[in-house]
Design a protein around this ligand. Sequence first.
Ligand code: CTP
Length: 446
Amino acid sequence: MTRVITYGTFDLFHEGHYRILERAKQLGDYLIVGVTTEGYDQTRGKLNVVDSLMTRIENVRKTGFADDIIIEESQGQKFRDIKKYQIDIFTVGSDWVGHFDYLKDYCEVVYLDRTKNISSTMLRTQSKQIQRIGIIGTGRIANRFIPEAKLVSGINTQGVYNPHMESAVRFAEKWKIDAYKNIEDFFDAVDAVYIATPHETHYEYIKAALEHGKHVLCEKPMVLQRAQAEELFPYAKERNLILFEGIKTAYCPGFAQLLGIACSGMIGNIRNVEACFTKLENKASRELTDFKHGGSFTELGSYCMLPIIKIFGDKFTEVRFDTINGDNGLDLFTKVSFKYPNGIGTVTCGLGVKSEGRLLIAGTKGYIVAEAPWWKTTYFEVHHENPDDIEKYSERFLGDGLRYEISDFLSMINGSSRSEFKLTRSESVVFADVMERFLAENRSQA
Ligand code: CTP
């Protein structure tokens, strides 16, 4: 009996998929089909898969060609499957020619001609109108956005707006997009907006974008007052628009895995979360000179609050701020302590003090530790009482990581609410609330 194996995502099942399965089956007597998980697809850079794993498996099953269907969830699994299922022939489409030659040591590798003019990517872009996104702001983060957005199918960066036309033109020339002098023209040209301007301008830009019927992806901290967040989310919802706070950590696969494990009971009940992020910033930078809205907490606090609020929720009984301010009154180093009935959370941020930058989650049975840069989670360990008992986890974090949040933003625009739990509206409201309390206390002291 000749045993054949093939793999794929099989999203929006199409003729190319049907034909490859049909021919794969003809190569032998028994066909195993490996269908990839969402998580695995994400880590290999395939974003925006539309169908759930169950739907994709069901579509493969319905062809009648698969004798067995398995799930492919990690790198290196193909080799193990070949051994485990005693495979004679490994096959995939000709788009992969050469890529799997390393498997020739273990079985025959056959590349079958790919069916022309059809692919899941094509169907994904055809079925949805391409979202034209415009950028407000031309700083460092805006520069990172464009190459990341290019990797997400279904979104196209249309243009940029900056009240300083010179900056807009320079940015537009660099990225070969349009520059807009007039914000009305800018809004007319786009379906969605990415806001990457100084924090204090976010509220006005978000409001204007929503008024013009545009979806909004806004850099963190989205707003600096609770009332503003409480106003903007319902305002967006009434208009059927997506308002989305861009904290990239919340959307990256490694952080999702870390949270899942933290909350799985593996380390028992969580009692302490400590998150630290420090960055030595140039003294002349906006972050260290903008008296009203700069400083370490507004700059880095969103990242550090994220694991605390995700794990313990928004019902803290007390929040306390301890800061070391520079001569101009801006916080160079900040500790925020959250007290919960059964837990403690500590944020440590620094722009003028360097620290280890670790995320630590301690529970009644063990603890999780992720070293800097844990906000781009790629690696973490689970420790127990026995110091030798350590479990190690790793995940990929591709590029600058904005692709994950852009992809989730896009799927929400396209009607899927599956990503909403990654950063909920009420969590964004709490972040704004804490920022507001912090600024009221810290800036009034100065
Ligand atoms: N395939 C094919 N002909 C096509 C499309 C896909 O033979 N027109 C094959 C692929 O080579 C692979 C299998 O079908 O062996 C599953 O591919 P998958 O990546 O799920 O499909 P694509 O349409 O290529 O998906 P995407 O556009 O997301 O890359």
